[in-house]
Design a protein around this ligand. Structure first.
Ligand SMILES: *Cc1c(COP(=O)(O)O)cnc(C)c1O
Length: 726
């Protein structure tokens, strides 16, 4: 479908003078260009907020008279023309980093990037958390850098669940169908007007797969969907929800993603030169490529070698339970006889690619499969690389961990997505043009230290006010619509004080993230929060996985404190953590708290988002923070002495946490000069921005992936393989 057709389908006719808004609304690039965002905001500020920043909804709902008025508004038209000029250039590829730095690399065949979730914008809710947001940031950056790139994922029509917290603190999983017509997604036409582009067999039944596509800047993203009348009723819901339905559903979804994803690309005529599986969920893509190759007559050892040469696999967790595995017989049955028969007499060897020799468990391990079939494997922070080499060295028959060929590319976050507009404007004035593209460029980022302290502080105060105002508005709306008890209004943050030191903690409620660590000593925490001279408040958000009852229990116990009068309304829980709320939080709190149990956090990224906005980090020494901490950009909870007793470790960490807050953080934040500026604190803010900008953007991350893995693969460099045994 061409762009014009797409616009006609999703959007009303716009006045000719500003009709370019339609093309902009259906390319997610608007979401990370601040002038484009601002333009939609100016169309109708109230509707923009009510539409939750969805330009398609906005343009459908806005009063036509308002649009006519805009065509006579000189200021708006000036902005419109500038955005359109940028958009025209953006679409025709400008940044050119890739072309400039690698002119010899062929770009006719793209990198295909597979992931089970993509967090691009709250208006396209096909993500649950960190993994998805990282994948979204990766796509946006690939577009920025001009990489030949295509994303492949699943279209969850019912998205991830909506979180509602009952008055007793128990999390309920609400459901909200996504309206495809309110997203930039369009269905891809199948051959001969069929509604589907390809087909796979799952547990003996043919499942037809439809594809949807949308533009993420210059990079197309394809999402697969089985909700077709031509499918068996049970198969129609295969792709309806993210991470639900337990293992049987997960296996089927991963089969659709991996096997269906490869076939979909073939069907639409895309022939990737490099294949990147982001986390083990996507690893069946390698199995399908192996099958393709073998059925085309390639000897299996040659086929494996070629797949290893062209496959990149990124693993994301050091928590063993975070690695998917399925019953071996289920995997065989899911694939079916015909599929397995394609491997001929080597079928047992192929199935054995998913065996983990360190476990006698008759399970098929997606990470083992991915490591065996990808010649380029990496963890997502330096420490995580070390942990992963240790964790998987048995695949190389217990060779020393430092000789295990698993590398590390430390995660980063997409600056233009996560840094607040006022902060970017401030840096525009101090860092010189193109500052947001400077890679590892010390001078550019050092210039942050020269920003006038009071100016930076005022920008921060403004962002904090935005956050607190939004929280109160939201509480008012929920009180009106859904909440039955006044205590919920307090729990939702309506008593928060813009003058108090505000700590943010937002992440998935997995127990290892220890959201409850601050609450170990209630009396000590109460004293800290309710100090009359120097009050502190805590804003918490996050979802527990629908099947994670221990996580829900942590949430419930925390929620209880938000309603407890002894805390004077200084602990708030915000429901339904998503990218939109994440923006407000990382841009608006004073301090970002992160207390995973070491070494279970692979990387963590929310602290990077906060740091880009001048929010210092208070964290255990894990994930990215081990590389990021400089002693001036935040505070570190020293590593506890190793102990098998979790309670001992938690106690030691909590002790440090309280002490740092009581003795260093609170006094420094409240130490103000005549202008009311906490000078020493602002030094930390600047350092936070400087380090994050220089080392922890997705620009640096994708450039690392490009230089280490993508370029050698695209160029067909000689490949020195070091495969695991067996
Ligand atoms: C960044 C982000 C995450 C990941 O945060 P971590 O620090 O890695 O736990 C999760 N959810 C949302 C909505 C995010 O924006």
């Amino acid at each position: 479908m061409d762009i014009a057709q797409l616009q006609r389908q999703k959007l009303p006719e716009l006045p000719a003078r500003i009709e370019g808004l339609a093309a902009l609304a259906v390319n997610l690039v608007w979401s990370w260009h601040r002038n484009a965002r601002d333009l939609f905001h100016r169309v109708d500020p109230v509707l923009w907020r009510l539409s939750q920043h969805n330009p398609i909804t906005l343009l459908n709902r806005v009063n036509p008279e308002r649009l006519e008025a805009l065509t006579r508004d000189g200021d708006f038209l000036g902005r419109y023309d500038r955005v359109m000029e940028w958009f025209a250039v953006e679409r025709s590829a400008v940044d050119g980093w890739f072309e400039d730095s690698h002119p010899d690399v062929p770009t006719d065949r793209p990198i295909a990037y597979f992931c089970a979730e993509f967090g691009l914008h709250a208006s396209v809710p096909i993500y649950s958390g960190g993994l998805g947001v990282l994948a979204g940031d990766h796509c946006k950056t690939a577009s920025d850098l001009g990489l030949p790139f295509v994303g492949v994922g699943l279209f969850y029509k019912k998205g991830y669940f909506d979180q509602r917290v009952r008055p007793d603190g128990w999390q309920e999983d609400g459901e909200d169908a996504v309206q495809p017509e309110r997203t930039p997604l369009v269905p891809v036409d199948g051959p001969d007007g069929r509604g589907w582009v390809t087909e796979v067999e799952i547990f003996g039944r043919p499942v037809r797969i439809r594809a949807w596509t949308m533009q993420v800047g210059r990079a197309p993203l394809y999402l697969l969907d089985t909700d077709l009348e031509a499918n068996h009723p049970d198969d129609r819901s295969l792709t309806s929800r993210l991470y639900s339905g337990g293992l049987p559903m997960r296996l089927r979804q991963e089969w659709v993603l991996g096997v269906g994803g490869v076939r979909m690309l073939r069907a639409v005529g895309i022939d990737p030169a490099a294949w990147h599986a982001n986390e083990g969920h996507a690893a069946f893509l390698m199995l399908e490529r192996l099958r393709e190759s073998v059925t085309a007559g390639t000897v299996i050892t040659d086929a494996v070698r070629e797949i290893r040469r062209t496959s990149i696999f990124t693993t994301h967790t050091p928590v063993p339970a975070g690695h998917d595995h399925f019953d071996l017989t289920d995997v065989r049955d899911c694939a079916g006889e015909a599929y397995l028969a394609d491997f001929g007499d080597r079928v047992d060897d192929v199935v054995a690619l998913g065996i983990d020799p360190s476990r006698q468990d008759e399970q098929f391990h997606m990470t083992a499969l991915a490591i065996r079939l990808a010649g380029h494997v990496n963890g997502v922070a330096q420490r995580h690389g070390i942990v992963s080499r240790e964790m998987w060295r048995h695949l190389w028959s217990e060779r020393p961990a430092d000789r295990v060929p698993i590398g590390a590319v430390t995660n980063g976050v997409h600056l233009e997505t996560w840094m607040a507009n006022p902060m970017m404007r401030l840096l525009d004035r101090h860092l010189g043009s193109g500052w947001n593209r400077a890679r590892e460029n010390a001078e550019t980022w050092d210039a942050v230290l020269g920003v006038e302290s009071e100016t930076l502080w005022r920008v921060h105060e403004r962002l904090k006010n935005v956050l607190i105002t939004r929280i109160r508005d939201e509480a008012r709306q929920r009180w009106k619509q859904t909440w039955s008890e006044a205590a919920q209004v307090v729990a939702g943050g309506s008593l928060l004080d813009p003058q108090a030191l505000t700590i943010g903690f937002a992440r998935r409620f997995a127990t290892y993230k220890r959201a409850n660590l601050l609450f170990r000593d209630i009396e000590r925490l109460r004293r800290l929060l309710t100090d009359q001279q120097r009050p502190v408040q805590l804003i918490i958000a996050g979802k527990a996985h629908p099947q994670d009852d221990p996580g829900k229990e942590v949430l419930q116990s925390l929620y209880h404190f938000t309603r407890d009068p002894v805390f004077e309304g200084r602990v708030a829980f915000l429901e339904d953590y998503d990218m939109h709320l994440a923006h407000l939080l990382v841009q608006g709190v004073d301090l970002w708290l992160n207390v995973p149990r070491v070494p279970l956090e692979a990387s963590g990224t929310s602290g990077m988002k906060a740091a880009l906005n001048g929010v210092p980090h208070l964290s255990t020494l894990d994930g990215w923070w081990e590389e990021g901490a400089t002693a001036k950009n935040g505070w570190t909870i020293p590593r506890a002495e190793a102990s098998d007793d979790i309670d001992v470790v938690d106690g030691a960490d909590a002790g440090h946490l309280y002490r740092l807050l009581e003795e260093e953080i609170v006094p420094m934040w409240y130490d103000r000069d005549e202008e009311g500026v906490p000078r020493e604190w602002v030094v930390r803010m600047k350092e936070a921005i400087r380090i994050a900008g220089r080392h922890f953007t997705s620009r640096r991350m994708v450039q690392d992936y490009t230089e280490r893995y993508y370029v050698p693969t695209l160029r067909g460099d000689p490949f020195v393989d070091d495969p695991p045994l067996g």
